[in-house]
Design a protein around this ligand. Structure first.
Ligand code: PFF
Length: 465
């Protein structure tokens, strides 16, 4: 199995996992929902769910991968021979590929907007934007520009293809020369970029309102819906239940600690989300725009701010906008390569395919589904699946349903099917201190009871909503 590849150190394994976790979700969802559901109050719930639910899922998933040095399907087949678990494991091979298909469409949008930033082509309707802002509809020109871009047929498909090709090239390099080399540079660079943007944003006049939006703890806004959103966001953000963490853990060296890697990954992910919030919300408030979530925040609101900035200082606006879209692109890429790797490792491990062939087949499938997702903003906007566009359907199916199901599967497998000694070996091996043994007991309880129950509640609520 050694031809699968191995991460060279705990640091690089952590950078790869943190790169998978830090993605578009940190930038466009976290800042908005944190503010909407009570700022600091939301962050407390988010932290609690990260510690009590997500870390146990993370540990379950990664120990399954690390102990077998196989992807989801092979790991479950090895740990529970002759059982049907492996077929359930196959679900988590499919989920990341569905996510990759639509994530790559958004990745393509960031490619297009990076080009725009380089060409300083924001606010092709600068005059229109100014007029619109006078009329009280700040950013109207950028909204129109974005809507016309995503609803067109070819441009977004070409951008999606470029983005997917970049993924294929990184993953083709293998674990060491591709994924590790790429993420050990881009993940730290991501942090530097977002910190630079944050300092710029908080220096803007009127930025304080954005900071308050994010940190003021307002418990009256923390509804039941807010609590569930916090849990759901923690899941998505940590890339749980999709086999990416499992697959990356299967490339870890035996001596590298899962517990430390898990805590660092969860910590970096949260810190990045907070910094992204401080980078984005102050700018949004400084420009006097209502905060929102989703693509609009990145592709409409921020370009409007760059247009306004550009009227005062074109060079500064140019630099900040390039940095910003570069950040988005790196964040998206380090996440999407982890999704691609799940499918590729399955075909390499189980079918003995070469990496090149596996990448070609997986990318072609994701490319085709991605094209449908892209067209669902334009020519295929009339196609409706259970009340959703193709893009929204894939997103909801994967993030509200399959990811939650996958996470449930992992904790149940680790807590009830796998030998307890395998988990103990990773967290508190023989001869560990009494503190470590107690920690293991607590974590084992969380894996067996608390995490599954919480996941079932989230799952049922998602079904009912
Ligand atoms: N964690 C990523 C984000 O916050 O954008 C999303 C993600 C990455 C989901 C990898 C699933 C996955 F396999």
């Amino acid at each position: 199995m050694d031809n699968r590849g191995t991460f060279g150190s705990r640091f690089t394994a952590t950078m790869a996992m943190a790169g998978s976790a830090i993605g578009l979700g940190n930038i466009w969802r976290f800042p908005y929902i944190a503010g909407k559901y009570g700022g600091g109050a939301f962050i407390i719930v988010y932290l609690l769910s990260a510690v009590f639910i997500c870390v146990p899922i993370f540990l379950s998933e990664s120990i399954i991968g690390k102990s077998t040095r196989l992807g989801t399907f092979g790991a479950m087949r090895t740990l529970a021979p002759g059982s049907r678990w492996k077929w359930l494991g196959l679900i988590t091979v499919i989920t990341p590929l569905i996510i990759l298909s639509y994530y790559s469409v958004v990745g393509g949008w960031s490619v297009e907007y990076l080009f725009k930033a380089v060409a300083q082509a924001f606010g092709t309707g600068a005059a229109g934007a100014a007029a619109a802002s006078v009329a009280g509809a700040a950013g109207a020109a950028e909204r129109a520009e974005f809507a016309s871009f995503i609803s067109s047929t070819w441009k977004p498909i070409i951008a999606h293809s470029i983005f997917l090709l970049a993924n294929a090239l990184v993953v083709l390099g293998g674990v060491k020369k591709g994924i590790e080399k790429f993420t050990k540079i881009t993940t730290p660079v991501l942090f530097v970029l977002i910190v630079v943007i944050m300092f710029y944003a908080i220096s803007l006049p009127g930025a304080q309102a954005g900071i308050n939006y994010l940190v003021d703890a307002d418990f009256s806004k923390l509804t039941a819906e807010g609590v569930l959103s916090a849990m759901g966001q923690a899941f998505f953000s940590l890339s749980l239940g999709v086999g990416t963490i499992l697959t990356y853990a299967s490339y870890m060296r035996k001596e590298d600690s899962i517990l430390a890697t898990g805590c660092f990954t969860a910590g970096f992910d949260l810190i990045f989300a907070m910094i992204a919030g401080f980078a984005i919300m102050p700018a949004v408030f400084a420009a006097g725009i209502e905060p929102g979530a989703g693509p609009g925040l990145i592709f409409e609101t921020l370009p409007y701010i760059f247009t306004v900035m550009g009227e005062q200082s074109p060079v500064l606006s140019g630099c900040v906008s390039i940095l910003f879209f570069l950040t988005i692109l790196f964040a998206a890429l380090t996440s999407s390569i982890s999704m691609l790797e799940v499918g590729v490792s399955y075909l390499v491990d189980e079918k003995n395919w070469s990496r090149g062939k596996a990448i070609l087949i997986v990318c072609t499938g994701c490319w085709l589904l991605g094209i449908l997702c892209s067209l669902s903003f334009g020519p295929l906007s009339g196609v409706n699946i259970m009340g959703n566009s193709i893009f929204d359907f894939c997103d909801k199916l994967a993030s509200n349903f399959l990811m939650v199901l996958g996470s449930l599967l992992f904790v149940l497998f680790a807590g009830w099917k796998m030998k307890k000694s395998i988990l103990a070996d990773e967290i508190a091996p023989d001869g560990s201190s009494s503190v470590k043994i107690t920690l293991f007991k607590i974590l084992y309880f969380l894996i067996r009871y608390v995490a599954p129950l919480a996941i079932i509640v989230i799952f049922i609520t998602n079904l009912l909503m």
